[in-house]
Design a protein around this ligand. Sequence first.
Ligand code: AP5
Ligand code: MG
Length: 205
Amino acid sequence: MHIALIGPPGSGKGTQSAKISKLYALPSISTGELCRLEAKKKTKQGRFVKKTIDNGKLIPDELMISLLKRRLGKKDCANGFVLDGCPRNMKQVKLLGKNFHIDYAIYVKLSESAIVKRLSGRWQCRKCGNIMWFPTKKVAKCSKCGSSLYQRDDDKPTAIRERIGIFNKLTKPMINYYKKKGVLHQIDGNATPEEVFGRIKKILH
Ligand code: AP5
Ligand code: MG
């Protein structure tokens, strides 16, 4: 089962990908996380990736797909995977399509005002990657492992605007492509995480 979660920033791709991964025993692969890992490297490429992410722009397609293919080549992906945040444009659809067929393209819709609200309150665990939401900056610990939390550098207003713009311009056109292929499922992401997951389970069952 090859699933691709598509949606604007903050629509809940990471949150839902973790739930799908747990229930269906499939690895959840976030291309954003792959990029953030690359950005930590003290290399020329690492510095370039960091700058690109922090500005809210997409990293080049060939680089993204090569990082992703390396991950998808690992043993745990043999029976399927959930892609969180990829493909992101038609070029990536084509590059990925050379090796993998997407069975379910799930588009999680969310309004711009909800996106901004969610991203400004998002906190992530440094150790286990658990994603949480708090309306204030009051420091809390991870609800799963108790480790400290951080906020992403690209969750600043200018970078959020850039990411939304890129989604509308480059990612949305993919929606029609997957519709024509007969694998597109659109859901409203404006509900509790459990309700959204219920909508996804109906699609996958
Ligand atoms: P990426 O990490 O994929 O970021 P994104 O697409 O902007 O999406 P987010 O991770 O911000 O949001 P999400 O949809 O995962 O929502 P979440 O579950 O966290 O990409 C980052 C960067 O990496 C890109 O800008 C680019 O530079 C690079 N990159 C990545 N993929 C690439 C690609 N394919 N090609 C090129 N470059 C690429 O939820 C958000 C918050 O809301 C959380 O606090 C959560 O707790 C809360 N929340 C979740 N669901 C709900 C709900 N139902 N109700 C209330 N709150 C909720
Ligand atoms: Mg995410």
